[in-house]
Design a binder for this molecule. Structure first.
Ligand code: ADP
Ligand code: ASP
Ligand code: MG
Length: 440
């Protein structure tokens, strides 16, 4: 049994956390490949190194500020960890190279990636493992899409001859060597890619909570943990904002049937959450497995008499949206109405143009864009076999006087999505939690 272990930013925020990480790795010789994030927050108001790097790059490459001064707080974070751990490592040459590249304005992806790159060097040195730069092993194609096949072949071959290694998360290289990052939180994805290439038996994802919880602990006080969740349930929840694991992280391991175990660096004895294929999942403890949600959605609401008999109506509508790079998240339709739920940010700077074009092309009887919508996903494999789940969600919300503005049930019967006013967001999550978890 061999394992890939990924440690998030809070697990590697300072020397104290590095020691916990080393203890975890050394406690199990099967923990062979380690994927670190950049140092995260040490306390609530602290800044993640990744955010410091984006800012520093902007100051140096765009505003023309002095690199040595702008980079000083970042240098301090690494040098602090190195000296507190008593390492003899010296990163001055690396810092100088980064300075040259910042001044040459090589790109903000390169800048952000240095957080993981430097942390990987420090961790490899501390553990006595080999360091493998992700630029040598994780690849994107010319269009900037992750190149799974090339990565799997190259990384697999590299790991075959490296018994223990640290591979930094979050970035890889384009065919011309340019550094590119995944989206934020992407080290989870790197961990999954490494697990697949190394053909391990388990991908352990170490963070600052004892696994996936039924709801966001920042909204529900002390929520129950989830012991087993399926890849599909997790995908729904992480897409809808449960930030524990990057929304794409399940794909590489799912195709290789490798389970993920979410564990807590600060409480390694806790079992955490096991993420498995549907076929391996036991019956769930509750009807629902989890609740997640996101704010900042808008509804493009369109009414048109006899819309349904109007050939090509939806196609034309979708074409206009596509031409404006707007992706419909949900599209509940009535006989003469259609509502398109979109991320509000996608409307930025193009509301007037979009309105003009939609009116011209689909000629609606009534047209309106309504902002301030929040979406909540109630997810669970248990919903398929139990009747009345939607009724209970509605009852919980109506008791709390929360108006439901949209409903969408996935055809897999794995989730119910409801749209509510953003102001009711926290309250809605709490009452759904109470209805399904506390009263079951
Ligand atoms: P890391 O830096 O280790 O990658 P993240 O901050 O990305 O960690 O993810 C862990 C955080 O996700 C937790 O600290 C918690 O605040 C948040 N979170 C949001 N929803 C959930 C949930 N349903 N269960 C557990 N944690 C959640
Ligand atoms: N350090 C990166 C971020 O802050 C990637 C990660 O932590 O997974 O988004
Ligand atoms: Mg994360």
């Amino acid at each position: 049994m061999s394992k890939v272990v990924k440690f998030g930013g809070s697990s590697l925020a300072d020397a104290k956390q590095f020691r916990k990480v080393a203890d975890i790795i050394h406690a199990d010789p099967e923990r062979k490949y380690v994927v670190p994030s950049a140092p995260g927050k040490r306390f609530k108001e602290d800044t993640k190194v990744t955010d410091m790097l984006y800012r520093c790059y902007d100051e140096v490459a765009v505003q023309g500020k002095d690199f040595t001064e702008a980079f000083a707080p970042i240098r301090e974070r690494y040098n602090g960890i190195i000296s507190d751990l008593g390492l003899t490592l010296n990163l001055d040459e690396e810092f100088a190279k980064i300075g040259e590249n910042f001044k040459a304005a090589v790109g903000s992806d390169y800048a952000a990636s240095r957080g993981e790159y430097l942390n990987g060097i420090v961790l490899a040195n501390y553990l006595g493992f080999e360091f493998i730069d992700a630029a040598r092993a994780i690849f994107f194609d010319n269009k900037g899409n992750f190149d799974a096949d090339t990565t799997d072949a190259c990384l697999g071959a590299l790991l075959d001859k490296t018994p223990k290694a640290v591979i930094p998360g979050f970035y890889g290289a384009m065919p011309d060597g340019t550094i590119k990052t995944f989206s934020r939180g992407g080290s989870d994805f790197t961990g999954s890619v490494v697990a697949k290439a190394a053909k391990v038996d388990l991908y352990e994802n170490w963070t600052d909570v004892s696994g996936f919880l039924v709801a966001d602990p920042r909204i529900v006080e002390n929520p129950e943990g989830i012991s087993v969740i399926t890849y599909s349930e997790l995908r729904e929840l992480s897409y809808m904002g449960a930030g524990v694991l990057h929304e794409d992280a399940i794909f590489p391991v799912r195709s290789a049937n490798i389970p993920i175990n979410i564990k807590n660096t600060n409480a390694p004895q806790d079992a955490g959450t096991l993420i498995v294929p549907t076929s391996h999942a036991p019956a769930s403890e509750h009807v629902i497995t989890g609740i997640a949600g996101k704010k900042n959605f808008s509804v493009i609401s369109i009414e048109k008499d006899r819309m349904n008999s109007n050939k090509g109506f939806l196609r034309k509508l979708l074409q206009v949206l596509e031409n404006h790079d707007i992706f419909p998240e949900h599209m509940p339709t009535g006989i003469d109405t259609v509502s398109v739920v979109v991320n509000s940010s996608e409307l930025d700077g193009q509301r007037e143009k979009l309105t003009e074009r939609l009116v011209e092309v689909v000629k609606p009887d009534h047209f309106e864009i309504i902002d301030g919508l929040a979406l909540i996903a109630v997810v669970g494999r248990g919903m398929r076999s139990v009747k009345g789940t939607a009724t209970r969600v509605f009852a919980a919300l109506s008791h709390a006087n929360i108006n439901i503005r949209m409903i969408d049930q996935g055809s897999s019967e794995l989730n119910i999505i409801i749209g509510i006013n953003a102001g009711d967001f926290d309250k809605a999550i709490k009452v759904i939690y109470d209805m399904f978890i506390l009263s079951e």
